[in-house]
Design a protein around this ligand. Structure first.
Ligand code: ZN
Length: 332
């Protein structure tokens, strides 16, 4: 392009004419490079500033008195003091980063890695990449980020939705992958899944949940909570989906035709999930399987928006309640 200059400012692509009169900018949801990340967040104070801006976009508001004036304390880099009631509030208060022993920048870097990794990232990898001292700290950090992956205000799936169920082998205590013999569910977890089918034929958002059984009560409850009333459910015709209340139900049964052909997207989701379970995690651990499913769903639903995945990961963190180690370990 003669006489034109192109560039990238971290969030936009731009084209400029030679006399520096700007012509065009395009938002481009590319993940920020690690280099860009390091520039944006050089230290803990920069991370704290980012959190404060997200939390109080119009300036500090005291959570106790709702007084709208306060100042940043010099002695504590991410703590504000209310000018009305004098109460001190940390920017991490009420978030999953509250009372953390890890530097804020470690949280940010971990969120960046989680948001930009196309598959999953294990606690061992996080530990090595971030130089975290113990496996327990790395695992806890990752588990807290996973807890923040479900936006409590997310909208149910809508339109035409493929729905199916599957089972997945899980790791037992001795760390090997246990497989059932097909007769019982021992060593296997049951999972229900749903995928939106977009008008252009591509898959949209997904949902995955651990379920206790394949009963009509369980599966219909899954459909009710995860889809809008009036949406259309496509299933393989399994009897538990009969008489779905408030949903149009289409059974895709054509003789003995393979379910992979009839419900292509949910089967793609299930096979990707199983590959991830064995590849990155060497088998999911039973107690934490819903957290892994939430991570998979988060990654899938934001696969074309990795830049905003980082923002929402930390943004959602601000909405999530603080979680204790005990709550995570016990899977509460
Ligand atoms: Zn106050």
């Amino acid at each position: 392009m003669a006489g034109l200059e192109m560039g990238w400012d971290g969030a936009n692509l731009w084209v400029m004419s030679k006399d520096h009169h700007q012509i065009s900018r395009w938002k481009y949801d590319r993940p920020p490079s690690l280099q860009q990340f390091m520039t944006d967040f050089p230290d803990d104070a920069a991370c704290a500033d980012w959190l404060a801006r997200k939390r109080w976009p119009d300036g500090f508001v005291c959570p106790s008195s709702e007084y709208r004036h306060g100042w940043k304390l010099e002695s504590k880099p991410w703590t504000f003091e209310c000018a009305g009631c004098g109460k001190q509030t940390s920017v991490t208060a009420g978030t999953i980063m509250h009372r953390t022993h890890l530097p804020l920048r470690t949280w940010f870097l971990a969120a960046h890695l989680v948001a930009t990794h196309s598959n999953g990232i294990s606690a061992l990898q996080i530990m090595a990449k971030l130089g975290i001292g113990s496996y327990k700290s790395a695992w806890l950090l990752l588990q807290k980020l996973r807890k923040s992956m479900v936006d409590p205000e997310r909208e149910p799936l809508d339109g035409i939705i493929e729905i199916d169920e599957t089972s997945i082998v899980h790791r037992t205590k001795d760390d090997s992958v246990a497989g059932g013999q097909g007769r019982s569910h021992e060593g296997k977890m049951l999972i229900a899944g749903a995928v939106e089918c977009l008008p252009d034929g591509r898959p949209g958002r997904i949902r995955l949940e651990v379920i206790q059984d394949y009963s009509a009560k369980t599966l219909q409850d899954f459909v009710r909570r995860n889809t809008t009333a009036g949406s259309t459910a496509l299933t393989d015709g399994f009897s538990s989906y009969r008489n779905l209340e408030g949903r149009t139900h289409q059974r895709k049964v054509v003789g003995s035709m393979d379910a992979h052909v009839l419900l292509p997207w949910i089967h793609r989701v299930f096979s990707d999930l199983k590959r991830l379970a064995l590849g990155v995690y060497h088998g999911f651990r039973r107690r934490h399987i819903q957290a892994y499913l939430d991570e998979f769903v988060f990654r899938w639903n934001r696969r074309r928006h990795t830049r905003s995945a980082f923002d929402s990961l930390l943004g959602i963190c601000l909405k999530a309640q603080p979680v204790s180690y005990r709550m995570l370990v016990d899977g509460v």
